[in-house]
Write a protein that binds this ligand. Structure first.
Ligand code: DGT
Ligand code: MG
Ligand code: MG
Ligand code: MG
Ligand code: MG
Length: 281
């Protein structure tokens, strides 16, 4: 390509390659979804259609980006995890984040009519923000995932009780808030059960646990337990031939992507799916 006198402007571009050998998490979040949810009459506190639409978009993102290992979604947010050995886009933060955000948003809009057949979208259209964070160890990554799932649980128990007090108990928002002030989880469970006959355990798993998206291979029998430190070693980058990593990538691209509502805080989920954190596809 010919050099022009204008080409020097290229030097103004900033490098934003993420730290090598760390787990990359890209979290996206719906912009102004409080307003968006009320515009489209999302059910409170959880709208199944809206959550399933989020899951469908996340699944499509994973199908388009085989480098994503696992994703976790709750409310209007989704976290996408890239393996620490990932070299997609030379690990450039802005490329990773903008690709995920735009792919997710495009599919969210594309799938909207399937989930909301009677309510066409109209401007302002849904949009998402995104950020990338690096986590150096498997323990840090799992703590991140646990943090999001605990958040899901705490918010959902609160919201379920809050809206039961309003929708079934006839309280207004101020009264419901006052009732819940200073209560612990056990108190909220008790309010739900004694006042409304609701057993929180029987609430929909998607509402209680959020959604986990991953590639499904054969489950490993529990008992062959790897500690986080051992998994960290497993996940060390091994020198792989180009053809091998290309094969792995193809295998990932072909694998069935599932959306489940499982506990990702305990070891069991990870122990049974060693491919999620190891170097194997
Ligand atoms: P942001 O992210 O700073 O642009 O602002 P928001 O309004 O998106 O706030 P955020 O992300 O902290 O909270 C998510 C909002 O989305 C929250 O107000 C509840 C709403 N939302 C998410 N899922 C549902 C749902 O299934 N049903 C209803 N009714 N609302 C939902
Ligand atoms: Mg926010
Ligand atoms: Mg939001
Ligand atoms: Mg949010
Ligand atoms: Mg280009």
């Amino acid at each position: 390509m010919a050099n022009s006198k204008f080409e020097y402007v290229k030097q103004f571009e900033q490098h934003d390659n993420l730290l090598p050998n760390t787990w990359i998490v890209v979290r996206i979040d719906g912009r102004g979804f409080t307003k968006f949810a009320s515009k489209y009459g999302f059910e409170k506190p959880n709208d199944r259609r809206a959550l399933e639409l989020m899951n469908a978009a996340a699944r499509a993102v994973m199908a388009e980006l085989p480098d994503i290992t696992i994703a976790y979604g709750v409310s209007d947010e989704y976290s996408f995890v890239f393996h620490k050995s990932c070299s997609l886009f030379e690990r450039r933060s802005s490329k990773l984040v903008s690709t995920i955000v735009s792919t997710f948003t495009a599919y969210y809009v594309h799938f909207w009519p399937i989930h909301f057949p009677d309510t066409p979208l109209s401007p302002p259209l849904p949009s998402f923000d995104g950020r990338a964070v690096c986590y150096p160890t498997v323990q840090n990554l799992r703590d991140y995932m646990s943090w999001r799932q605990v958040d899901c649980h705490i918010n959902n128990l609160y919201n379920t009780t809050f809206w039961a007090l309003i929708q079934l108990g006839g309280l207004d928002a101020t009264e419901a808030e006052k009732t819940l002030k200073g209560t612990f989880a056990a108190d909220k469970n008790e309010i739900l059960f004694s006042r409304f006959g609701i057993n929180y355990n029987n609430e929909h798993e998607m509402f209680k646990k959020g959604s986990v998206v991953f590639r499904d291979y054969e489950l490993v029998e529990p008992g062959t337990h790897n500690t986080a430190a051992e998994v960290d070693t497993l996940a060390e980058p091994v020198e792989q031939s180009k053809t091998q990593s290309e094969k792995d990538r193809k295998r990932r691209a072909k694998a069935h992507i599932v959306v489940e509502h499982l506990d990702i805080i305990k070891d069991d989920f990870w122990d049974r799916r060693p491919w999620l954190l190891s170097n194997k596809p």
